[in-house]
Design a protein around this ligand. Structure first.
Ligand code: NIG
Ligand code: FE
Length: 418
Protein backbone atom coordinates (compact mmCIF):
# COMPACT_ATOMS: atom_id res chain seq x y z
CA UNK A 1 0.00 0.00 0.00
CA UNK A 2 1.71 3.12 -1.23
CA UNK A 3 0.79 6.76 -0.73
CA UNK A 4 -0.59 8.72 -3.70
CA UNK A 5 1.22 11.86 -2.59
CA UNK A 6 4.25 12.59 -0.46
CA UNK A 7 5.18 16.12 0.60
CA UNK A 8 8.68 16.05 2.00
CA UNK A 9 11.70 18.05 3.15
CA UNK A 10 9.64 20.90 4.64
CA UNK A 11 11.84 23.46 6.33
CA UNK A 12 9.18 23.47 9.00
CA UNK A 13 5.96 21.52 9.23
CA UNK A 14 3.28 22.59 11.74
CA UNK A 15 1.02 19.63 12.56
CA UNK A 16 -1.30 21.46 15.00
CA UNK A 17 -2.49 18.62 17.22
CA UNK A 18 -3.52 20.52 20.31
CA UNK A 19 -6.80 22.04 21.32
CA UNK A 20 -8.12 22.77 24.76
CA UNK A 21 -10.78 24.78 26.49
CA UNK A 22 -10.24 26.27 29.95
CA UNK A 23 -6.93 27.22 31.59
CA UNK A 24 -4.85 25.05 29.22
CA UNK A 25 -6.19 26.75 26.08
CA UNK A 26 -3.33 29.26 25.86
CA UNK A 27 -0.61 26.60 26.03
CA UNK A 28 -2.48 24.48 23.52
CA UNK A 29 -2.60 27.44 21.13
CA UNK A 30 1.19 27.87 21.32
CA UNK A 31 2.00 24.18 20.78
CA UNK A 32 1.84 23.79 17.03
CA UNK A 33 3.61 20.42 16.77
CA UNK A 34 6.58 21.62 14.73
CA UNK A 35 8.62 19.06 12.79
CA UNK A 36 11.83 20.08 11.03
CA UNK A 37 12.48 18.39 7.69
CA UNK A 38 8.82 17.36 7.85
CA UNK A 39 6.86 15.06 5.58
CA UNK A 40 3.26 14.00 5.17
CA UNK A 41 1.96 11.09 3.09
CA UNK A 42 -1.60 10.90 1.74
CA UNK A 43 -3.47 7.92 0.31
CA UNK A 44 -7.02 8.03 -1.09
CA UNK A 45 -7.49 11.55 0.27
CA UNK A 46 -6.51 10.71 3.84
CA UNK A 47 -3.29 11.28 5.77
CA UNK A 48 -1.47 7.99 6.34
CA UNK A 49 1.87 9.16 7.76
CA UNK A 50 3.31 12.28 9.37
CA UNK A 51 6.85 12.80 10.66
CA UNK A 52 10.33 13.69 9.53
CA UNK A 53 11.14 12.93 5.91
CA UNK A 54 13.33 10.02 7.04
CA UNK A 55 10.58 8.59 9.28
CA UNK A 56 7.89 8.75 6.62
CA UNK A 57 10.20 7.25 3.99
CA UNK A 58 11.18 4.44 6.37
CA UNK A 59 7.47 3.68 6.87
CA UNK A 60 7.34 2.17 3.39
CA UNK A 61 4.76 4.59 2.02
CA UNK A 62 6.73 5.70 -1.00
CA UNK A 63 6.35 3.57 -4.12
CA UNK A 64 6.91 4.02 -7.85
CA UNK A 65 3.46 5.63 -8.32
CA UNK A 66 3.76 8.07 -5.41
CA UNK A 67 3.84 11.68 -6.55
CA UNK A 68 6.49 13.54 -4.59
CA UNK A 69 6.58 17.28 -3.92
CA UNK A 70 9.54 18.87 -2.22
CA UNK A 71 8.77 21.60 0.32
CA UNK A 72 12.44 22.46 0.75
CA UNK A 73 12.90 25.95 2.22
CA UNK A 74 9.13 26.21 2.61
CA UNK A 75 6.60 25.83 5.43
CA UNK A 76 3.88 23.16 5.49
CA UNK A 77 0.63 23.57 7.45
CA UNK A 78 -2.91 22.19 7.43
CA UNK A 79 -5.34 23.96 5.09
CA UNK A 80 -6.92 27.01 6.70
CA UNK A 81 -10.42 26.59 8.11
CA UNK A 82 -12.57 29.73 7.83
CA UNK A 83 -15.34 29.23 10.44
CA UNK A 84 -17.48 32.36 9.84
CA UNK A 85 -18.51 33.70 6.44
CA UNK A 86 -21.48 35.18 4.62
CA UNK A 87 -19.95 34.37 1.26
CA UNK A 88 -23.18 33.33 -0.54
CA UNK A 89 -24.76 36.43 -2.12
CA UNK A 90 -25.09 38.38 -5.34
CA UNK A 91 -24.02 41.96 -5.97
CA UNK A 92 -21.63 44.20 -4.05
CA UNK A 93 -21.76 47.36 -1.97
CA UNK A 94 -18.83 49.55 -2.98
CA UNK A 95 -21.40 52.37 -3.27
CA UNK A 96 -21.46 52.45 0.57
CA UNK A 97 -17.74 53.15 0.81
CA UNK A 98 -18.13 56.93 0.52
CA UNK A 99 -20.72 56.90 3.35
CA UNK A 100 -18.34 54.88 5.48
CA UNK A 101 -15.47 57.25 4.77
CA UNK A 102 -17.71 60.14 5.86
CA UNK A 103 -18.30 58.28 9.12
CA UNK A 104 -21.91 57.11 8.67
CA UNK A 105 -22.26 54.15 11.10
CA UNK A 106 -22.81 50.63 9.77
CA UNK A 107 -26.19 50.25 11.51
CA UNK A 108 -27.32 53.67 10.20
CA UNK A 109 -26.75 52.49 6.62
CA UNK A 110 -28.82 49.38 7.45
CA UNK A 111 -31.61 51.51 8.97
CA UNK A 112 -31.80 53.51 5.74
CA UNK A 113 -32.50 50.27 3.85
CA UNK A 114 -28.90 49.77 2.70
CA UNK A 115 -26.33 47.38 4.13
CA UNK A 116 -27.56 43.82 4.57
CA UNK A 117 -30.99 44.78 3.13
CA UNK A 118 -29.36 46.01 -0.08
CA UNK A 119 -27.65 42.62 -0.53
CA UNK A 120 -30.96 40.90 0.24
CA UNK A 121 -32.47 42.76 -2.76
CA UNK A 122 -29.60 42.01 -5.14
CA UNK A 123 -29.56 38.35 -4.11
CA UNK A 124 -33.31 37.99 -4.60
CA UNK A 125 -33.07 39.50 -8.09
CA UNK A 126 -30.27 37.15 -9.14
CA UNK A 127 -30.83 33.73 -10.66
CA UNK A 128 -29.49 30.61 -8.93
CA UNK A 129 -26.78 30.40 -11.59
CA UNK A 130 -25.68 34.00 -11.02
CA UNK A 131 -25.47 33.54 -7.25
CA UNK A 132 -23.51 30.33 -7.68
CA UNK A 133 -21.16 31.81 -10.25
CA UNK A 134 -20.40 34.88 -8.11
CA UNK A 135 -20.01 32.82 -4.93
CA UNK A 136 -17.96 30.20 -6.76
CA UNK A 137 -15.45 32.86 -7.79
CA UNK A 138 -15.08 33.98 -4.18
CA UNK A 139 -14.64 30.37 -3.02
CA UNK A 140 -11.94 29.93 -5.67
CA UNK A 141 -10.18 33.04 -4.31
CA UNK A 142 -10.41 31.58 -0.80
CA UNK A 143 -8.88 28.34 -2.03
CA UNK A 144 -6.00 30.20 -3.67
CA UNK A 145 -5.39 31.89 -0.30
CA UNK A 146 -5.21 28.56 1.50
CA UNK A 147 -8.74 28.00 2.82
CA UNK A 148 -9.85 24.39 2.36
CA UNK A 149 -12.93 24.29 4.64
CA UNK A 150 -15.40 27.13 5.10
CA UNK A 151 -18.57 27.77 7.06
CA UNK A 152 -21.23 29.60 5.01
CA UNK A 153 -24.26 31.36 6.48
CA UNK A 154 -27.56 32.09 4.83
CA UNK A 155 -29.12 35.41 5.78
CA UNK A 156 -29.50 37.37 2.55
CA UNK A 157 -32.91 35.81 1.93
CA UNK A 158 -35.05 36.79 4.93
CA UNK A 159 -38.13 34.92 3.70
CA UNK A 160 -38.62 31.20 4.21
CA UNK A 161 -38.46 30.61 0.47
CA UNK A 162 -35.32 32.68 -0.08
CA UNK A 163 -33.52 31.32 2.99
CA UNK A 164 -34.23 27.78 1.80
CA UNK A 165 -33.00 28.74 -1.67
CA UNK A 166 -29.73 30.08 -0.20
CA UNK A 167 -29.16 26.95 1.87
CA UNK A 168 -29.85 24.69 -1.12
CA UNK A 169 -27.35 26.69 -3.17
CA UNK A 170 -24.77 26.29 -0.39
CA UNK A 171 -25.40 22.54 -0.53
CA UNK A 172 -25.05 22.46 -4.33
CA UNK A 173 -21.85 24.50 -4.25
CA UNK A 174 -20.56 22.16 -1.56
CA UNK A 175 -20.84 19.21 -3.90
CA UNK A 176 -19.73 21.01 -7.08
CA UNK A 177 -16.48 22.70 -6.07
CA UNK A 178 -13.37 21.80 -4.11
CA UNK A 179 -13.79 23.34 -0.65
CA UNK A 180 -15.83 21.66 2.08
CA UNK A 181 -18.75 23.92 3.04
CA UNK A 182 -20.49 23.85 6.43
CA UNK A 183 -24.01 25.36 6.22
CA UNK A 184 -25.43 27.71 8.87
CA UNK A 185 -28.96 29.12 8.90
CA UNK A 186 -28.97 32.82 9.75
CA UNK A 187 -32.46 34.06 8.99
CA UNK A 188 -31.95 36.37 11.98
CA UNK A 189 -29.52 38.58 10.09
CA UNK A 190 -31.67 41.73 9.76
CA UNK A 191 -35.33 42.65 10.21
CA UNK A 192 -36.78 43.32 6.75
CA UNK A 193 -39.19 46.21 6.09
CA UNK A 194 -42.82 45.52 6.98
CA UNK A 195 -42.06 43.54 10.15
CA UNK A 196 -41.51 44.49 13.76
CA UNK A 197 -38.58 42.66 15.37
CA UNK A 198 -41.04 40.51 17.31
CA UNK A 199 -43.09 39.63 14.23
CA UNK A 200 -40.00 38.64 12.29
CA UNK A 201 -38.68 36.62 15.24
CA UNK A 202 -41.99 34.74 15.37
CA UNK A 203 -41.79 34.11 11.63
CA UNK A 204 -38.29 32.63 12.00
CA UNK A 205 -39.38 30.42 14.90
CA UNK A 206 -42.71 29.27 13.52
CA UNK A 207 -42.00 28.98 9.82
CA UNK A 208 -38.34 29.18 8.76
CA UNK A 209 -36.67 27.01 11.41
CA UNK A 210 -39.05 24.02 11.29
CA UNK A 211 -38.90 23.85 7.48
CA UNK A 212 -35.12 24.23 7.31
CA UNK A 213 -34.61 21.61 10.02
CA UNK A 214 -37.04 19.22 8.30
CA UNK A 215 -35.05 19.49 5.05
CA UNK A 216 -31.76 19.03 6.92
CA UNK A 217 -30.32 22.09 5.21
CA UNK A 218 -28.27 23.54 8.07
CA UNK A 219 -25.94 22.24 10.77
CA UNK A 220 -25.84 25.46 12.78
CA UNK A 221 -28.19 28.33 13.57
CA UNK A 222 -26.74 31.83 14.08
CA UNK A 223 -28.32 35.13 15.20
CA UNK A 224 -27.16 38.76 14.84
CA UNK A 225 -27.69 39.70 18.51
CA UNK A 226 -27.25 43.46 18.57
CA UNK A 227 -29.36 46.36 19.89
CA UNK A 228 -31.42 47.62 16.94
CA UNK A 229 -31.23 44.26 15.16
CA UNK A 230 -32.16 41.24 17.34
CA UNK A 231 -32.41 41.82 21.09
CA UNK A 232 -31.05 39.36 23.65
CA UNK A 233 -34.63 38.19 24.26
CA UNK A 234 -35.40 37.54 20.56
CA UNK A 235 -32.00 35.90 20.04
CA UNK A 236 -32.63 33.58 22.99
CA UNK A 237 -36.04 32.55 21.62
CA UNK A 238 -34.57 31.78 18.19
CA UNK A 239 -31.61 29.83 19.57
CA UNK A 240 -33.84 27.87 21.97
CA UNK A 241 -36.07 26.80 19.09
CA UNK A 242 -33.06 25.89 16.94
CA UNK A 243 -31.68 23.74 19.73
CA UNK A 244 -35.03 21.96 20.07
CA UNK A 245 -34.72 21.14 16.36
CA UNK A 246 -31.22 19.69 16.91
CA UNK A 247 -29.29 22.49 15.24
CA UNK A 248 -25.96 23.46 16.81
CA UNK A 249 -25.73 27.09 17.93
CA UNK A 250 -23.63 30.14 17.08
CA UNK A 251 -24.18 33.81 17.86
CA UNK A 252 -22.95 37.19 16.58
CA UNK A 253 -22.52 38.81 20.00
CA UNK A 254 -21.49 42.27 21.20
CA UNK A 255 -20.10 43.38 17.83
CA UNK A 256 -21.06 47.05 17.89
CA UNK A 257 -22.77 48.25 21.08
CA UNK A 258 -21.05 48.13 24.48
CA UNK A 259 -22.06 45.45 26.99
CA UNK A 260 -25.32 44.57 25.28
CA UNK A 261 -25.54 41.09 26.84
CA UNK A 262 -24.89 38.94 23.79
CA UNK A 263 -21.79 37.30 25.28
CA UNK A 264 -23.71 36.45 28.45
CA UNK A 265 -26.45 34.91 26.33
CA UNK A 266 -23.84 32.86 24.44
CA UNK A 267 -22.71 31.35 27.74
CA UNK A 268 -26.27 30.82 28.97
CA UNK A 269 -27.27 28.97 25.80
CA UNK A 270 -24.03 26.95 25.68
CA UNK A 271 -23.38 27.81 22.05
CA UNK A 272 -20.45 26.11 20.26
CA UNK A 273 -19.00 29.49 19.33
CA UNK A 274 -19.59 33.18 19.96
CA UNK A 275 -18.45 35.54 17.22
CA UNK A 276 -17.13 39.14 16.99
CA UNK A 277 -17.15 39.91 20.77
CA UNK A 278 -15.57 43.36 20.35
CA UNK A 279 -17.55 44.72 23.27
CA UNK A 280 -17.67 41.58 25.42
CA UNK A 281 -17.61 42.28 29.18
CA UNK A 282 -15.30 40.55 31.69
CA UNK A 283 -18.28 38.65 33.12
CA UNK A 284 -19.32 37.62 29.64
CA UNK A 285 -15.82 36.31 28.90
CA UNK A 286 -15.63 34.29 32.12
CA UNK A 287 -19.04 32.83 31.27
CA UNK A 288 -17.69 31.69 27.89
CA UNK A 289 -14.73 30.04 29.64
CA UNK A 290 -16.99 28.17 32.06
CA UNK A 291 -19.13 26.81 29.24
CA UNK A 292 -16.23 25.88 26.94
CA UNK A 293 -17.44 28.29 24.23
CA UNK A 294 -14.97 29.10 21.43
CA UNK A 295 -14.49 32.79 20.57
CA UNK A 296 -14.45 33.29 16.80
CA UNK A 297 -12.73 36.63 16.24
CA UNK A 298 -12.95 38.64 13.02
CA UNK A 299 -10.21 41.28 12.93
CA UNK A 300 -10.76 42.02 9.21
CA UNK A 301 -14.23 43.28 10.16
CA UNK A 302 -12.78 45.59 12.83
CA UNK A 303 -10.24 46.80 10.30
CA UNK A 304 -12.84 47.37 7.59
CA UNK A 305 -15.35 49.08 9.89
CA UNK A 306 -12.44 51.48 10.62
CA UNK A 307 -13.37 51.91 14.26
CA UNK A 308 -9.95 51.15 15.76
CA UNK A 309 -11.53 48.68 18.08
CA UNK A 310 -10.53 45.04 18.29
CA UNK A 311 -11.71 42.11 20.40
CA UNK A 312 -9.79 41.48 23.63
CA UNK A 313 -8.20 38.22 22.53
CA UNK A 314 -5.48 38.20 25.21
CA UNK A 315 -8.07 38.60 27.97
CA UNK A 316 -10.10 35.79 26.45
CA UNK A 317 -7.16 33.39 26.17
CA UNK A 318 -6.03 34.34 29.68
CA UNK A 319 -9.52 33.59 30.98
CA UNK A 320 -9.54 30.15 29.31
CA UNK A 321 -11.50 30.88 26.14
CA UNK A 322 -9.95 29.30 23.02
CA UNK A 323 -9.81 31.71 20.09
CA UNK A 324 -10.48 30.94 16.43
CA UNK A 325 -10.09 33.33 13.49
CA UNK A 326 -12.34 33.88 10.48
CA UNK A 327 -12.71 36.29 7.58
CA UNK A 328 -16.44 37.09 8.08
CA UNK A 329 -16.31 37.36 4.27
CA UNK A 330 -19.37 39.44 3.32
CA UNK A 331 -20.19 42.36 1.01
CA UNK A 332 -20.49 44.97 3.78
CA UNK A 333 -18.39 44.74 6.90
CA UNK A 334 -15.65 42.47 5.51
CA UNK A 335 -15.34 42.19 1.74
CA UNK A 336 -12.31 39.88 1.73
CA UNK A 337 -11.58 36.18 1.27
CA UNK A 338 -8.12 36.28 2.82
CA UNK A 339 -7.19 34.20 5.86
CA UNK A 340 -3.53 35.32 5.49
CA UNK A 341 -4.69 38.94 5.93
CA UNK A 342 -6.75 37.91 8.97
CA UNK A 343 -3.67 36.21 10.45
CA UNK A 344 -1.62 39.39 10.03
CA UNK A 345 -4.33 41.54 11.64
CA UNK A 346 -4.71 39.01 14.47
CA UNK A 347 -1.02 39.20 15.30
CA UNK A 348 -0.81 42.99 15.13
CA UNK A 349 -4.13 43.97 16.72
CA UNK A 350 -5.34 40.95 18.70
CA UNK A 351 -1.73 40.46 19.84
CA UNK A 352 -1.63 36.77 19.03
CA UNK A 353 1.74 35.15 18.43
CA UNK A 354 2.19 33.62 14.96
CA UNK A 355 1.79 30.18 16.57
CA UNK A 356 -1.48 31.19 18.27
CA UNK A 357 -2.80 32.75 15.07
CA UNK A 358 -2.04 29.60 13.08
CA UNK A 359 -3.81 27.47 15.70
CA UNK A 360 -6.77 29.86 15.60
CA UNK A 361 -6.94 29.57 11.79
CA UNK A 362 -6.77 25.76 11.70
CA UNK A 363 -7.52 23.38 14.58
CA UNK A 364 -9.47 25.84 16.77
CA UNK A 365 -11.47 26.95 13.73
CA UNK A 366 -12.23 23.31 12.93
CA UNK A 367 -13.58 22.85 16.47
CA UNK A 368 -15.75 25.95 16.05
CA UNK A 369 -17.59 24.29 13.15
CA UNK A 370 -17.67 20.73 14.46
CA UNK A 371 -15.11 19.40 11.95
CA UNK A 372 -12.09 18.75 14.17
CA UNK A 373 -12.34 15.00 13.61
CA UNK A 374 -11.71 15.55 9.88
CA UNK A 375 -9.66 18.72 9.30
CA UNK A 376 -7.58 21.39 11.03
CA UNK A 377 -4.41 19.38 11.75
CA UNK A 378 -1.95 17.04 10.04
CA UNK A 379 -2.71 13.77 11.80
CA UNK A 380 -3.06 10.23 10.55
CA UNK A 381 -6.71 9.54 9.71
CA UNK A 382 -7.62 13.14 8.89
CA UNK A 383 -8.28 14.53 5.42
CA UNK A 384 -5.22 15.33 3.34
CA UNK A 385 -5.77 19.12 3.33
CA UNK A 386 -2.30 20.63 3.24
CA UNK A 387 -0.66 23.95 2.34
CA UNK A 388 2.86 24.52 1.14
CA UNK A 389 3.61 28.14 1.97
CA UNK A 390 6.29 29.99 0.03
CA UNK A 391 7.82 31.41 3.18
CA UNK A 392 11.05 30.53 5.02
CA UNK A 393 9.59 30.35 8.53
CA UNK A 394 6.32 30.84 10.40
CA UNK A 395 7.00 34.43 11.53
CA UNK A 396 7.05 35.40 7.88
CA UNK A 397 3.35 34.50 7.51
CA UNK A 398 1.93 37.46 9.50
CA UNK A 399 4.98 39.63 8.83
CA UNK A 400 4.75 40.01 5.06
CA UNK A 401 1.19 40.99 4.19
CA UNK A 402 -0.90 41.98 1.20
CA UNK A 403 0.42 39.31 -1.16
CA UNK A 404 -0.33 35.61 -1.26
CA UNK A 405 2.06 33.42 0.76
CA UNK A 406 0.42 30.21 -0.50
CA UNK A 407 2.44 28.15 -2.96
CA UNK A 408 0.47 24.92 -3.26
CA UNK A 409 -2.98 23.92 -1.97
CA UNK A 410 -3.74 20.23 -1.54
CA UNK A 411 -7.34 19.17 -0.85
CA UNK A 412 -8.02 15.51 0.02
CA UNK A 413 -4.65 14.58 -1.36
CA UNK A 414 -5.01 16.37 -4.72
CA UNK A 415 -3.12 19.46 -5.83
CA UNK A 416 -5.99 21.90 -6.44
CA UNK A 417 -4.09 25.18 -6.70
CA UNK A 418 -0.47 26.14 -7.34
O1 NIG B 1 -20.84 39.60 10.50
N1 NIG B 1 -22.99 41.40 11.65
C1 NIG B 1 -23.76 41.01 10.79
N2 NIG B 1 -23.46 40.43 9.64
C2 NIG B 1 -22.26 40.58 8.94
C3 NIG B 1 -22.32 41.71 7.97
C4 NIG B 1 -23.11 41.38 6.78
C5 NIG B 1 -23.23 42.52 5.79
O2 NIG B 1 -22.93 43.68 6.07
O3 NIG B 1 -23.68 42.20 4.68
C6 NIG B 1 -21.11 40.63 9.90
O4 NIG B 1 -20.43 41.65 10.08
FE1 FE C 1 -20.78 37.76 10.41
Amino acid sequence: MYADLLIHSAQMMATLKGFSTGPACGNAMSEIGLIEDGAVAIREGMIVAVGTTAEVQAGGWVGPETRQISARNRVVTPGFVDPHTHVLYAGSRENELSLKIKGVPYLEILKQGGGILSTVRSTKQATDEEIKAQTGRRLQTMLSLGTTTVEVKSGYGLTTEEEIRSLRLIKELGSEQVLDLVPTFMGAHAVPPGYSEEEFTNYIIEDMLPKIAAEGLAEFCDVFCEPGVFSVRSSERILAKARQLNLKLKIHADELAASAGGTELAAKMGVISAEHLLQASDEGISGLAKQGVIAVLLPATSFNLAKNSYARARTMIGAGVPVALATDSNPGSSPTESMPLVITLACLYLRLSPEEALTAATINAAHAIGRADQVGSLEVGKQGDVLILDIPNLNYLPYHFGSNPVGVVIKRGKVVWE
